[in-house]
Design a protein around this ligand. Structure first.
Ligand code: SF4
Ligand code: SF4
Length: 511
């Protein structure tokens, strides 16, 4: 193995920082939500817990209307995905389809729980001796605890961990670079619970068999580096390094972060594990610590409730299933001129039509924007080929070309322009002087390709079934013809032998 091997180069991750292509320097607007410590809001009247909160198939409900549930009890389960748990004790009011907290605005199966206020836990099963526990047992525990990536992708943590272990990754990267404006929940978590993040990092390192851990934070995060470094020192863990990186959006993207820390690009269609790296969010690490050492499943998360449309912006430790309206009320309600509610940040978030939608594992921020924050939508004008979009694109794509392909419906060639590599960061949208809603076009393009792939799969399956049926019919026809031929032959043979017998009998009578 030579030093030019990318996996070897990636071993030096974090020693020097590098730059990625494009990106934007944005006003971060985070201070307004970091002024007060994180609090746990009072229990809401109702909790709406969706059975699909991770990337994959929905969980199957394990409870029905009228059932009593305890805090942390499994209420949904699926084979490959992660389990879903009751965020508190109470009674199941109903299991029905409700509006999902998702950009699509779709409905999906939810368990609606009325809390009883007793907060009665199920019996928890912590793992006390982590270092002497087999990694497979730890990974299974992550699945049963409903752990998903809390950075937004909600990919099941146990699948990523198993894959990382099989691929023998050497470095675990914990992503604390919260680059999107307004969102500050990870920063508050790192400030307030550095010990838990370090503990989670150690557990994950053991489960993955990784050599070391890098925690990447932004250089504007002040005391966070000291807090994490001190926590690592107290745990006598020398294999954890905290690295500060510059605050260029979207450096918190998995691929961009890998490039900043290693100078290497994750190959198109590849994953960081191709370089011996695995990325997890810092909040996921804290949830891992809770799941393994306390036996507590993922039933709550830090959520930033912020924006000029909120009276007292802050971070809250919210139960999964809490309606947004409850959290907004805890933050003093809306200001008079609130105009739009966004889930996530202003760059990658999506607007929701109601605040009755619940907090799910993917929700890191509820952003209420006022009329003043929202630029008046401008009419889309023709592309002038200025190239600004490709200059800012962190995925090194040609957004103007992608837009042309999608707009013209050239679906056979659009993938050649790397649509799948678009991380929907919104940089191209932000700089386009023609006000072309490029990201909306790209989301539409991805959706169309997905639908086409599904339709093609269904058509291929139908064709295979048709061909199989044709084959069966032909075979039957062939067998019937053979049978007929055999029968004819048999009759012929019979007639011949009868003839022979008759002739023999006739001859003997003559004699
Ligand atoms: S920034 Fe807008 S106008 Fe300029 S090339 Fe890109 S799509 Fe065209
Ligand atoms: S939204 Fe996609 S195409 Fe546009 S800048 Fe981001 S990665 Fe590039």
């Amino acid at each position: 193995m030579t030093y030019a091997d990318p996996v070897e180069i990636a071993r030096d991750a974090g020693k020097h920082t590098h730059h990625f292509h494009g990106g934007l320097r944005l006003r971060h607007n985070k201070r307004i939500s970091c002024r007060v410590p994180v609090e746990r809001p009072p229990l809401p009247d109702i909790l709406v817990v969706p059975l699909l909160q991770h990337a994959g198939e929905a969980a199957r409900p394990l409870v029905e209307t009228g059932d009593r549930v305890r805090k942390g009890q499994q209420i949904g389960r699926c084979k490959a995905g992660v389990a879903v748990h009751a965020p508190t004790s109470g009674t199941v009011e109903t299991v029905e389809d409700r509006l999902m907290t998702h950009a699509s605005g779709m409905t999906g199966p939810c368990v609606v729980i009325r809390p009883d206020g007793k907060e009665q836990w199920v019996e928890l099963e912590p793992i006390n001796d982590v270092q002497n526990t087999h990694p497979d047992v730890l990974i299974k525990k992550l699945q049963e605890s409903g752990l998903v990536g809390l950075g937004g992708a909600v990919f099941p943590t146990h699948i990523k961990a198993r894959d990382g272990r099989e691929r023998q990754i050497h470095t675990l990267i914990l992503n604390g670079a919260e680059c999107e404006p307004y969102i500050s929940c990870d920063e508050m978590l790192m400030r307030e619970q550095p010990d838990k993040i370090i503990l989670g990092a150690r557990i994950l390192r053991h489960a993955l068999g990784a050599e070391r851990v890098i925690i990447a934070i932004e250089d504007r995060m002040g005391a966070v580096q000291e807090a994490l470094t001190y926590a690592a020192e107290c745990a006598e863990c020398k294999r954890i390094t905290v690295v500060k990186i510059t605050k260029i959006y979207p450096e918190g993207g998995e691929r961009q972060l890998v490039q900043v820390l290693t100078g290497l690009e994750v190959p198109y269609g590849g994953r960081p594990s191709d370089l011996g790296l695995l990325c997890q969010n810092v909040a996921t690490a804290a949830a891992v610590a809770e799941a393994v050492t306390a036996g507590k499943p993922l039933i709550e998360r830090y959520v930033t409730v912020t924006g000029n449309g909120i009276a007292q912006p802050r971070n809250l430790l919210a139960l999964i299933g809490t309606p947004f309206s409850h959290l907004v009320k805890v933050c003093g309600g809306y200001s008079d001129n609130v105009a739009r509610l966004v889930v996530g940040g202003p760059m990658m978030g999506y607007a929701v039509s109601t605040d009755a939608t619940p907090v799910v594992k993917a929700v890191n921020c509820i952003l209420a924007l006022t009329q003043r924050d929202i630029t008046t939508p401008q009419a889309e004008m023709p592309c002038i080929r200025c190239g600004e979009c490709s200059r800012t694109c962190p995925a090194i794509l040609l957004p103007q070309q992608l837009y042309k392909q999608i707009k013209n419906g050239w679906w056979d060639t659009v993938e050649e322009y790397g649509l799948a590599a678009c991380i929907e960061c919104g940089c191209c949208d932000f700089v386009c002087p023609s006000h072309i809603p490029l990201v909306s076009w790209f989301r539409y393009g991805k959706d169309e390709l997905r639908q086409r792939a599904i339709a093609k799969q269904a058509a291929d399956l139908a064709r295979k079934r048709f061909e199989a049926r044709e084959g069966r019919l032909l075979q039957k026809e062939h067998e019937r013809a053979e049978k007929m031929a055999r029968r004819k032959q048999m009759l012929k043979d019979k007639a011949k032998s009868k003839d022979r017998v008759n002739r023999a009998n006739g001859n003997s009578a003559d004699a």
